[in-house]
Design a protein around this ligand. Structure first.
Ligand code: NAD
Length: 297
């Protein structure tokens, strides 16, 4: 596989990095936060002082960064990957970003003689730790085939979705469906509470029918227990839906329900719930309706 660089050692990146180290790969790593680099070095990685240095010492570079501006900076900035990479190197961006930015970055890297895949992930920190992430990949089929063994160290489901940007299109589709499903569950529970019917009983009555879903199973217990520990944070889901709308505008695809649900996430952030689990949008319904949801406190 050659030498591997890894940039972005946060909640997702660090365990993904550890799984690559565990599979026997040598890694050169960088993060703007020195403590994150130190944690990876403790697990066996070698530290670099910049993204440029990572690229200069690697044939394949992986990035797991928060959003589009961070990806642009790490890949195309003055001290970025493109400034240091050897011609023909392969860059794999595993961040969840706007697919139109994946296109832009991919074209800029191609201009510098570099290859590019977008490969965002789904599954959260537990699956990052287990190495069972769902990985959605966009880019040339040959590049995908080349890095598939590397991705298998981090993922349980790895699907080539199409050309550059298709991975992030798949990820945005995932986030739209999860966000709208969550909003539907929160809205339905608000009605049930207002009607004075026991929500746990209603869920028991409907879970085996057409309204059943992974979100219903995973998030209703959290909503009813008023447990807002993340999980997947409101801020990240807000970011993904904002990216979906930006992509929709760029492509001419109207996303009316996504726009409405984004406003629920905006309201959750305004209420100080940005770091809470995304199921905390149920709290927004509580504020709208003045009705306590879950335990009496
Ligand atoms: P995080 O904020 O924990 O980690 C991001 C890391 O990138 C941080 O350590 C930060 O210091 C570093 N960073 C930022 N800018 C940088 C730069 N220019 N150069 C080098 N390092 C830089 O975020 P995360 O939770 O690991 O998420 C990463 C991506 O994965 C996001 O796009 C997110 O939407 C996606 N994702 C997250 C989850 C989840 O449950 N956390 C699940 C699926 C997908």
């Amino acid at each position: 596989m050659g030498s591997i660089g890894f940039i972005g050692l946060g909640i997702m990146g660090l365990p993904m990095c550890r799984n690559l180290l565990g599979a026997g790969h040598a890694l050169v790593v960088y993060d703007v936060v020195p403590a994150a680099v130190a944690a990876a070095v403790e697990s066996g990685a070698v530290a670099a002082g910049s993204s440029r240095e990572v690229a200069a010492r690697s044939d394949t570079v992986l990035t797991v960064l928060p959003n589009s501006p961070h990806v642009r900076a790490a890949l195309l900035g003055p001290d970025g990957v493109a400034a240091g990479a050897r011609p023909g190197s392969l860059v794999i961006d595993m961040s969840s970003i706007d697919p139109t930015v994946s296109h832009e970055v991919g074209a800029a890297l191609a201009g510098a003689g570099l290859r590019f895949l977008d490969a965002p992930v789904s599954g959260g920190e537990p699956k990052a730790i287990d190495g069972t992430l769902a990985i959605m990949v966009g880019g040339a089929a040959g590049d995908f085939a080349e890095v598939r063994p590397l991705l298998e160290c981090m993922g349980g489901s790895i699907v080539h979705c199409g050309d550059v940007g298709a991975g992030n299109v798949a990820k945005l589709a995932n986030q739209i469906i999860v966000g709208l499903n969550l909003a539907a569950v929160a809205e339905a529970l608000a009605l049930v509470e207002r009607a004075g019917v026991d929500p746990a009983t209603v869920v028991e009555a409907i879970r085996g029918g057409a309204a059943g879903s992974a979100i219903l199973e995973a998030k209703v217990p959290m909503i009813l227990a008023r447990d807002t520990r993340p999980g997947f944070r409101v801020d990240l889901h807000h970011k993904d839906l904002a990216n979906a709308l930006a992509a929709g505008r760029a492509l001419g695809a109207p996303l009316p329900l996504t726009a409405q649900v984004l406003e629920l996430f905006e309201a959750a952030r305004a209420a100080g719930l940005g770091d809470a689990d995304h199921s905390a949008i149920a709290r927004v319904y509580e504020q709208l309706g003045g009705e306590a949801m879950g335990a009496d406190d």
